[in-house]
Ligand binder design. Sequence first.
Ligand code: UN1
Length: 491
Amino acid sequence: MKLAHYIDGAFYINEEEKYLDVLNPATSDTIAEVPMATLHTLDFAIRTAEQAQKVWGQVPAPKRADYLLDIGYKLKEKKEQLARILTEEMGKVIEEARGEIQEGIDMAFYMAGEGRRLLGETTPSELTDKFAMSVRTPVGVVGLITPWNFPIGVPLLKAFPAIVSGNAVIWKPASETPMIAYEMAKIFDEVGLPKGVVNIVFGSGGDIGTELVQNPHINVISFTGSTSTGRKVAELGGYHLKKVSLELGGKNAVIVMDDADLDLAVEGIVWSAFGTAGQRCTACSRVIVHEAVAEQLEQKLITEIEKLTIGNGLDEANKVGPVINMEALYKIHSYVELAQLDGAKLLTGGHILEGDDFDLGCYYAPTLFNQVRPDSRLAQEEIFGPVIGLIQVANLEEAVAVNNSVTYGLSSSIYTQDVNTVFRAQRDLDTGIVYVNAGTTGAEVHLPFGGTKGTGNGHRDSGASALELYTELKSVYIDFSGRLQRAQIDC
Ligand code: UN1
């Protein structure tokens, strides 16, 4: 199937463009072809978005929100069909694909409520007969650059607050996972979202991504992806004085204290480390364990990891699917080899899966190391695959120090029964998200999503605070005294 861009409310093909194959990572079959936009196509999308925004920005916000409700209901109706497409092009198991569609549904309904809030402030004025307030106005045209690991969940976390705030959107999905974006275009069409409010342009990061960031008609960029690309987006966006939101990597840890319910901790670690084959930015990739329970935890983890069923995500029985492509597979394996050279001890996994159906796809065995040095590359760098390393510590202070010793700060978790430990940990763990007695994944849409340090630049997706990115605050003073009143002088 040949995909097409979605611009000005219609599918758009430019005969001059090249196409890339879209592969199913479970089978290596070509399942679609995606066009790589020329700058001409992008320019058309930008001009369209700019025109559409002028009208859309004037539509009352509760009416804009009605479209989000319709989109939410459509997503509900098509949930199963969309989940299957998502699994086919991205690889995550079908249960998790359904979960990702659900995240989109949740965000649609949650952000629809913002149509009746979009809160500014009314304040007293220093002067008599004067009214002082702030109102939220749209920023204009928003550029979204989104990743393959959450190819619909993450874009919708960004698109819905952008739309309800009165902006037009240009969305560049990842080239590995364009099919779900194409399905989303159909939904925008089916609910009658005014033409040009959302435009989808497929293309390369180098050309289309760069132009989105530097084009003067794009007012805000929201990017989720790797730290190295994020840095380039920040540099270029900064030069052009743009508001840029970056959600980048993570090196998330689960801390297991000596009083933890170990079975519960093992479940949480396995789920958050091997779900999505470890390819979530929130995935657990370090386990910081109190030395008193290290051996016990290790044994339990090995047992549970070796029970995981691996294979095509469309089969409900499988718990772990393939990783996105061969390049990722070899990158993960090189980290595993490096870890062994660094002195870490391999407890299970550690190899590319071969034989039977595995030969066709990109499967890596769920992998566990112990004796991992906190400063080793395995413990410091984002691997984005099903690999975890155990690090032993003697107490909470040491656990927190190890947790905070990485350049990232997205998510962390602690298992303990002690209320004092809980409160100390949530205060001291330097991450944007902290879980207690749960793994590192599974953020909900109504709270801010993002992290500290190298994970981003302070903006947050999700939650009401997401609106900060997509709105300007305008302070409005209305003087009804009928005479000159001089602020700071006449009061
Ligand atoms: C991501 O991996 O980029 O908290 C997003 C979670 C999901 C979102 C992950 N709700 O794991």
